[in-house]
Ligand binder design. Structure first.
Ligand SMILES: Nc1nc2c(ncn2[C@@H]2O[C@H](COP(=O)(O)OP(=O)(O)OP(=O)(O)O)[C@@H](O)[C@H]2O)c(=O)[nH]1
Ligand SMILES: [Mg+2]
Length: 364
Protein backbone atom coordinates (compact mmCIF):
# COMPACT_ATOMS: atom_id res chain seq x y z
CA UNK A 1 0.00 0.00 0.00
CA UNK A 2 1.29 3.45 -0.93
CA UNK A 3 1.11 6.53 1.31
CA UNK A 4 -0.97 8.28 2.47
CA UNK A 5 -2.03 5.55 4.90
CA UNK A 6 -5.52 5.52 6.39
CA UNK A 7 -6.23 5.12 10.10
CA UNK A 8 -9.59 4.71 11.87
CA UNK A 9 -10.23 5.61 15.49
CA UNK A 10 -12.96 6.83 17.82
CA UNK A 11 -11.05 9.92 18.90
CA UNK A 12 -8.30 12.12 17.40
CA UNK A 13 -6.00 11.24 20.33
CA UNK A 14 -6.43 7.54 19.66
CA UNK A 15 -5.72 8.09 15.95
CA UNK A 16 -2.60 10.17 16.65
CA UNK A 17 -1.21 7.49 18.96
CA UNK A 18 -1.90 4.88 16.29
CA UNK A 19 -0.15 6.93 13.59
CA UNK A 20 2.76 7.72 15.81
CA UNK A 21 3.34 4.09 16.67
CA UNK A 22 3.20 2.91 13.07
CA UNK A 23 4.77 5.86 11.12
CA UNK A 24 6.99 7.46 13.73
CA UNK A 25 6.95 10.70 15.68
CA UNK A 26 7.48 12.93 12.65
CA UNK A 27 4.54 11.52 10.64
CA UNK A 28 2.24 14.13 9.09
CA UNK A 29 -1.55 14.09 8.96
CA UNK A 30 -2.79 15.01 5.49
CA UNK A 31 -6.57 14.76 5.95
CA UNK A 32 -9.16 14.14 8.65
CA UNK A 33 -12.74 13.00 8.01
CA UNK A 34 -15.63 12.12 10.27
CA UNK A 35 -17.35 9.03 9.02
CA UNK A 36 -20.46 7.15 10.16
CA UNK A 37 -20.02 3.42 10.57
CA UNK A 38 -22.59 0.69 9.73
CA UNK A 39 -23.69 0.64 13.35
CA UNK A 40 -24.33 4.38 13.18
CA UNK A 41 -21.40 5.31 15.37
CA UNK A 42 -19.16 8.21 14.31
CA UNK A 43 -15.42 7.71 14.00
CA UNK A 44 -12.44 9.45 12.49
CA UNK A 45 -10.78 8.48 9.25
CA UNK A 46 -7.29 10.00 9.16
CA UNK A 47 -4.76 9.90 6.32
CA UNK A 48 -1.10 10.29 7.20
CA UNK A 49 2.32 10.06 5.59
CA UNK A 50 5.68 9.32 7.16
CA UNK A 51 7.79 12.34 8.18
CA UNK A 52 9.76 14.28 5.56
CA UNK A 53 12.97 12.78 6.77
CA UNK A 54 11.82 9.31 5.97
CA UNK A 55 11.18 10.50 2.46
CA UNK A 56 14.49 12.34 2.13
CA UNK A 57 16.17 11.33 -1.15
CA UNK A 58 19.53 11.34 0.66
CA UNK A 59 18.31 8.27 2.53
CA UNK A 60 18.21 6.32 -0.67
CA UNK A 61 21.75 7.23 -1.67
CA UNK A 62 24.69 4.90 -1.47
CA UNK A 63 27.59 5.92 0.80
CA UNK A 64 29.74 6.26 -2.34
CA UNK A 65 27.39 8.76 -3.93
CA UNK A 66 27.19 10.71 -0.69
CA UNK A 67 30.99 10.77 -0.40
CA UNK A 68 31.23 12.08 -3.93
CA UNK A 69 28.80 14.91 -3.23
CA UNK A 70 30.66 15.78 -0.02
CA UNK A 71 33.98 15.87 -1.90
CA UNK A 72 32.44 18.09 -4.54
CA UNK A 73 31.14 20.48 -1.85
CA UNK A 74 34.59 20.64 -0.22
CA UNK A 75 36.16 21.42 -3.60
CA UNK A 76 33.59 24.13 -4.23
CA UNK A 77 34.27 25.61 -0.81
CA UNK A 78 38.02 25.56 -1.51
CA UNK A 79 37.51 27.19 -4.88
CA UNK A 80 35.39 29.93 -3.30
CA UNK A 81 38.05 30.53 -0.63
CA UNK A 82 40.72 30.87 -3.29
CA UNK A 83 38.56 33.03 -5.55
CA UNK A 84 37.47 35.35 -2.76
CA UNK A 85 41.08 36.19 -1.99
CA UNK A 86 41.91 39.44 -3.78
CA UNK A 87 44.70 39.10 -6.25
CA UNK A 88 45.05 35.34 -6.16
CA UNK A 89 46.00 34.37 -9.65
CA UNK A 90 43.71 31.64 -10.75
CA UNK A 91 44.95 30.53 -14.16
CA UNK A 92 47.31 27.82 -12.98
CA UNK A 93 44.87 26.67 -10.37
CA UNK A 94 42.18 26.27 -12.96
CA UNK A 95 44.72 24.45 -15.10
CA UNK A 96 45.80 22.27 -12.18
CA UNK A 97 42.90 21.78 -9.76
CA UNK A 98 45.07 19.46 -7.65
CA UNK A 99 46.54 22.63 -6.15
CA UNK A 100 43.17 23.88 -4.94
CA UNK A 101 43.13 22.31 -1.43
CA UNK A 102 46.60 23.46 -0.44
CA UNK A 103 46.05 26.91 -1.97
CA UNK A 104 42.78 27.26 -0.06
CA UNK A 105 44.63 26.45 3.16
CA UNK A 106 47.30 29.04 2.40
CA UNK A 107 44.64 31.67 1.68
CA UNK A 108 42.87 30.83 4.95
CA UNK A 109 46.17 31.29 6.84
CA UNK A 110 46.55 34.74 5.28
CA UNK A 111 49.59 33.90 3.18
CA UNK A 112 49.99 36.71 0.66
CA UNK A 113 49.51 36.02 -3.01
CA UNK A 114 53.08 36.89 -3.98
CA UNK A 115 54.40 34.64 -1.20
CA UNK A 116 52.07 31.86 -2.27
CA UNK A 117 53.45 32.08 -5.81
CA UNK A 118 56.98 31.81 -4.42
CA UNK A 119 56.00 28.75 -2.37
CA UNK A 120 54.36 27.05 -5.36
CA UNK A 121 57.37 27.84 -7.49
CA UNK A 122 59.78 26.44 -4.90
CA UNK A 123 57.58 23.36 -4.58
CA UNK A 124 57.91 22.90 -8.34
CA UNK A 125 54.16 22.69 -8.87
CA UNK A 126 53.52 25.88 -10.80
CA UNK A 127 54.02 24.09 -14.08
CA UNK A 128 53.53 20.47 -14.74
CA UNK A 129 51.52 19.69 -11.62
CA UNK A 130 48.99 17.88 -13.77
CA UNK A 131 50.55 14.47 -13.25
CA UNK A 132 50.73 14.88 -9.46
CA UNK A 133 48.17 13.74 -6.93
CA UNK A 134 46.67 15.99 -4.23
CA UNK A 135 48.89 14.26 -1.71
CA UNK A 136 52.07 14.80 -3.73
CA UNK A 137 51.30 18.48 -4.28
CA UNK A 138 50.61 18.85 -0.57
CA UNK A 139 53.84 17.11 0.45
CA UNK A 140 55.88 19.27 -1.91
CA UNK A 141 54.28 22.49 -0.68
CA UNK A 142 54.73 21.55 2.99
CA UNK A 143 58.40 20.82 2.26
CA UNK A 144 58.84 24.09 0.34
CA UNK A 145 57.36 26.11 3.21
CA UNK A 146 59.70 24.38 5.67
CA UNK A 147 62.65 25.27 3.44
CA UNK A 148 61.53 28.89 3.32
CA UNK A 149 61.44 29.24 7.10
CA UNK A 150 65.01 29.61 8.35
CA UNK A 151 65.40 28.72 12.00
CA UNK A 152 68.25 29.33 14.39
CA UNK A 153 69.02 28.41 17.97
CA UNK A 154 70.58 31.54 19.51
CA UNK A 155 72.08 29.49 22.31
CA UNK A 156 73.40 26.57 20.29
CA UNK A 157 76.60 25.16 21.69
CA UNK A 158 79.45 27.17 20.26
CA UNK A 159 82.42 26.66 22.49
CA UNK A 160 82.40 28.10 25.95
CA UNK A 161 81.67 31.61 24.83
CA UNK A 162 79.06 33.41 26.85
CA UNK A 163 75.84 34.27 24.99
CA UNK A 164 74.14 37.57 25.69
CA UNK A 165 70.67 38.07 24.25
CA UNK A 166 68.36 41.06 24.47
CA UNK A 167 64.69 40.90 23.55
CA UNK A 168 63.00 43.92 22.02
CA UNK A 169 59.54 44.64 20.71
CA UNK A 170 56.40 46.69 21.14
CA UNK A 171 54.61 47.06 24.46
CA UNK A 172 52.95 43.90 25.71
CA UNK A 173 54.19 41.63 22.94
CA UNK A 174 55.48 39.18 25.59
CA UNK A 175 59.13 40.11 26.18
CA UNK A 176 59.32 39.54 29.94
CA UNK A 177 57.26 36.34 29.81
CA UNK A 178 59.35 35.02 26.93
CA UNK A 179 62.60 35.76 28.81
CA UNK A 180 61.29 33.75 31.75
CA UNK A 181 60.33 30.88 29.46
CA UNK A 182 63.72 30.90 27.70
CA UNK A 183 65.59 31.10 31.00
CA UNK A 184 63.65 28.17 32.42
CA UNK A 185 64.19 26.08 29.28
CA UNK A 186 67.93 26.78 29.27
CA UNK A 187 68.25 25.90 32.94
CA UNK A 188 66.00 22.85 33.00
CA UNK A 189 66.69 21.30 29.63
CA UNK A 190 70.19 22.42 28.79
CA UNK A 191 71.73 22.74 32.24
CA UNK A 192 72.95 26.26 31.49
CA UNK A 193 73.67 28.91 34.10
CA UNK A 194 71.60 32.01 33.37
CA UNK A 195 71.51 35.61 34.61
CA UNK A 196 68.95 38.31 33.90
CA UNK A 197 69.18 42.07 33.40
CA UNK A 198 66.24 44.45 33.17
CA UNK A 199 66.70 47.69 31.31
CA UNK A 200 63.03 48.48 31.50
CA UNK A 201 63.51 51.75 33.32
CA UNK A 202 60.25 53.33 32.28
CA UNK A 203 57.77 51.31 34.21
CA UNK A 204 57.59 50.89 37.95
CA UNK A 205 57.08 47.21 38.53
CA UNK A 206 58.77 46.12 35.33
CA UNK A 207 61.84 44.93 37.17
CA UNK A 208 59.70 43.27 39.85
CA UNK A 209 58.01 41.14 37.20
CA UNK A 210 61.40 39.89 35.96
CA UNK A 211 62.78 39.64 39.50
CA UNK A 212 59.86 37.37 40.49
CA UNK A 213 60.72 34.97 37.71
CA UNK A 214 64.43 35.17 38.65
CA UNK A 215 63.59 34.32 42.27
CA UNK A 216 61.49 31.34 41.23
CA UNK A 217 64.34 30.08 39.06
CA UNK A 218 66.93 30.96 41.70
CA UNK A 219 69.04 33.10 39.37
CA UNK A 220 70.45 36.65 39.69
CA UNK A 221 68.65 39.65 38.23
CA UNK A 222 70.08 43.18 37.90
CA UNK A 223 68.62 46.45 36.77
CA UNK A 224 70.43 48.86 34.47
CA UNK A 225 69.47 52.48 33.86
CA UNK A 226 72.48 53.58 31.83
CA UNK A 227 74.99 51.97 29.45
CA UNK A 228 77.45 52.05 32.34
CA UNK A 229 75.03 50.16 34.62
CA UNK A 230 74.61 47.61 31.89
CA UNK A 231 78.36 47.07 31.61
CA UNK A 232 78.58 46.67 35.38
CA UNK A 233 75.74 44.15 35.44
CA UNK A 234 77.28 42.23 32.56
CA UNK A 235 80.53 42.19 34.49
CA UNK A 236 78.80 40.68 37.50
CA UNK A 237 77.24 38.01 35.33
CA UNK A 238 80.45 37.18 33.50
CA UNK A 239 80.54 33.61 34.73
CA UNK A 240 77.03 32.79 33.49
CA UNK A 241 76.62 30.78 30.27
CA UNK A 242 73.76 32.97 29.15
CA UNK A 243 72.63 36.48 30.03
CA UNK A 244 69.13 37.52 29.00
CA UNK A 245 68.27 41.20 28.81
CA UNK A 246 64.68 42.39 29.13
CA UNK A 247 63.88 45.78 27.65
CA UNK A 248 61.06 48.30 27.99
CA UNK A 249 58.13 47.95 25.65
CA UNK A 250 58.63 50.48 22.91
CA UNK A 251 56.05 52.10 20.78
CA UNK A 252 57.54 51.72 17.36
CA UNK A 253 56.76 55.40 16.84
CA UNK A 254 58.66 56.66 19.88
CA UNK A 255 61.98 57.47 18.25
CA UNK A 256 63.53 59.01 21.37
CA UNK A 257 63.06 55.83 23.35
CA UNK A 258 64.27 53.73 20.44
CA UNK A 259 67.39 55.88 20.31
CA UNK A 260 67.84 55.32 24.06
CA UNK A 261 67.57 51.58 23.55
CA UNK A 262 70.08 51.72 20.74
CA UNK A 263 72.49 53.62 22.98
CA UNK A 264 72.08 50.91 25.62
CA UNK A 265 72.35 47.71 23.61
CA UNK A 266 72.93 48.62 19.96
CA UNK A 267 76.57 49.50 20.34
CA UNK A 268 77.61 46.42 22.25
CA UNK A 269 78.74 43.87 19.68
CA UNK A 270 78.53 40.99 22.15
CA UNK A 271 74.78 41.46 22.61
CA UNK A 272 72.52 39.68 20.11
CA UNK A 273 69.11 41.24 19.76
CA UNK A 274 65.92 39.30 19.06
CA UNK A 275 62.74 40.98 17.88
CA UNK A 276 59.39 39.76 19.19
CA UNK A 277 56.41 40.00 16.88
CA UNK A 278 52.84 39.18 17.82
CA UNK A 279 51.76 36.76 15.13
CA UNK A 280 48.25 38.21 15.19
CA UNK A 281 49.44 41.68 14.17
CA UNK A 282 48.78 42.82 10.64
CA UNK A 283 51.58 42.57 8.14
CA UNK A 284 51.78 46.35 7.83
CA UNK A 285 52.15 46.66 11.62
CA UNK A 286 54.87 44.00 11.57
CA UNK A 287 56.70 45.79 8.79
CA UNK A 288 56.52 49.09 10.63
CA UNK A 289 57.85 47.43 13.80
CA UNK A 290 60.68 45.81 11.86
CA UNK A 291 61.52 49.09 10.15
CA UNK A 292 61.77 50.91 13.47
CA UNK A 293 63.76 48.21 15.27
CA UNK A 294 66.09 47.49 12.37
CA UNK A 295 68.71 50.03 13.59
CA UNK A 296 69.28 47.51 16.41
CA UNK A 297 70.33 44.94 13.78
CA UNK A 298 68.26 42.24 15.38
CA UNK A 299 69.36 38.71 14.68
CA UNK A 300 66.21 36.60 14.84
CA UNK A 301 62.44 36.82 15.08
CA UNK A 302 60.49 35.42 18.01
CA UNK A 303 56.82 35.07 17.09
CA UNK A 304 54.50 35.29 20.08
CA UNK A 305 50.86 34.54 20.89
CA UNK A 306 50.37 31.83 18.28
CA UNK A 307 47.53 30.60 20.49
CA UNK A 308 45.57 33.80 19.94
CA UNK A 309 45.09 33.58 16.20
CA UNK A 310 44.02 31.12 13.58
CA UNK A 311 45.88 32.94 10.82
CA UNK A 312 49.61 32.40 11.00
CA UNK A 313 50.49 33.20 7.41
CA UNK A 314 52.24 36.38 8.53
CA UNK A 315 55.11 34.25 9.84
CA UNK A 316 56.11 33.31 6.32
CA UNK A 317 54.92 36.62 4.82
CA UNK A 318 57.25 38.47 7.18
CA UNK A 319 60.21 36.13 6.75
CA UNK A 320 59.97 36.37 2.96
CA UNK A 321 59.65 40.16 3.07
CA UNK A 322 62.45 40.77 5.55
CA UNK A 323 64.54 37.63 5.82
CA UNK A 324 65.76 36.73 9.29
CA UNK A 325 65.85 33.40 11.07
CA UNK A 326 63.16 32.46 13.59
CA UNK A 327 64.49 31.42 16.98
CA UNK A 328 61.39 30.75 19.07
CA UNK A 329 57.63 30.70 18.90
CA UNK A 330 55.39 31.08 21.93
CA UNK A 331 51.82 29.93 22.30
CA UNK A 332 50.33 30.75 25.68
CA UNK A 333 50.70 32.46 29.02
CA UNK A 334 52.10 29.49 30.92
CA UNK A 335 55.67 29.90 32.07
CA UNK A 336 57.68 27.95 31.14
CA UNK A 337 55.62 25.48 29.09
CA UNK A 338 54.29 27.60 26.25
CA UNK A 339 57.43 28.13 24.22
CA UNK A 340 59.26 26.13 21.63
CA UNK A 341 62.46 26.44 19.73
CA UNK A 342 61.45 27.21 16.17
CA UNK A 343 61.29 24.09 14.06
CA UNK A 344 60.67 24.55 10.35
CA UNK A 345 58.81 21.26 9.91
CA UNK A 346 56.45 21.98 12.79
CA UNK A 347 55.86 25.53 11.60
CA UNK A 348 55.08 24.30 8.13
CA UNK A 349 52.67 21.74 9.57
CA UNK A 350 51.08 24.47 11.66
CA UNK A 351 50.52 26.53 8.53
CA UNK A 352 49.43 23.83 6.15
CA UNK A 353 48.24 20.75 7.97
CA UNK A 354 45.95 22.33 10.54
CA UNK A 355 48.27 21.13 13.28
CA UNK A 356 47.01 22.18 16.68
CA UNK A 357 48.91 25.05 18.26
CA UNK A 358 48.70 23.31 21.64
CA UNK A 359 51.40 21.02 20.22
CA UNK A 360 53.77 23.85 21.08
CA UNK A 361 55.15 22.99 24.48
CA UNK A 362 58.67 22.82 25.71
CA UNK A 363 60.23 19.46 25.55
CA UNK A 364 58.38 18.39 22.40
N1 LIG B 1 48.11 34.20 24.85
C1 LIG B 1 49.38 34.50 25.03
N2 LIG B 1 49.71 35.46 25.90
C2 LIG B 1 51.01 35.75 26.07
C3 LIG B 1 52.05 35.07 25.35
N3 LIG B 1 53.23 35.61 25.73
C4 LIG B 1 52.94 36.56 26.66
N4 LIG B 1 51.61 36.66 26.86
C5 LIG B 1 50.87 37.55 27.75
O1 LIG B 1 50.97 38.86 27.27
C6 LIG B 1 50.93 39.78 28.36
C7 LIG B 1 52.13 40.71 28.30
O2 LIG B 1 53.30 39.93 28.48
P1 LIG B 1 54.67 40.57 28.98
O3 LIG B 1 55.67 39.47 28.98
O4 LIG B 1 54.48 41.35 30.21
O5 LIG B 1 54.92 41.54 27.75
P2 LIG B 1 56.07 42.62 27.60
O6 LIG B 1 56.43 42.67 26.17
O7 LIG B 1 57.16 42.33 28.58
O8 LIG B 1 55.29 43.92 28.02
P3 LIG B 1 55.92 45.35 28.35
O9 LIG B 1 57.10 45.11 29.24
O10 LIG B 1 54.81 46.07 29.02
O11 LIG B 1 56.28 45.96 27.05
C8 LIG B 1 50.92 38.94 29.63
O12 LIG B 1 49.60 38.83 30.06
C9 LIG B 1 51.44 37.59 29.15
O13 LIG B 1 50.97 36.52 29.94
C10 LIG B 1 51.65 34.05 24.43
O14 LIG B 1 52.46 33.40 23.75
N5 LIG B 1 50.31 33.81 24.31
MG1 LIG C 1 58.02 43.53 30.08
Amino acid sequence: MKPPYKYFAATIEEATALIRSSLGADAMIVSTNRVQGKDGRLFFEISAVPGTQADDPVDHMSPDALGEIKGELVRLQQMMTVMSSPGVSLPHMVKHPVMMPVCARMVRQGIENAVMEKILEKAGVLDGAAHLSFREVNTRVVRAVAQMLPVEDPFAAGGNQQKIAAVVGTTGVGKTTTIAKIAATLIMQHQKSVGLISIDTYRIGAREQLKNYADILGIPCFQAFTPRDLLLALGRLKSRDVVLIDTAGQSQYDMTRLEGLKAMIGRNASIDTHLLLNVGASLSEMNETVRCFSPLSFKTYIFTKLDETRMMGNIINQVVKYPKAISYVTAGQNVPEDIEMANEKKLSALLLKNMDVTAIKIGD
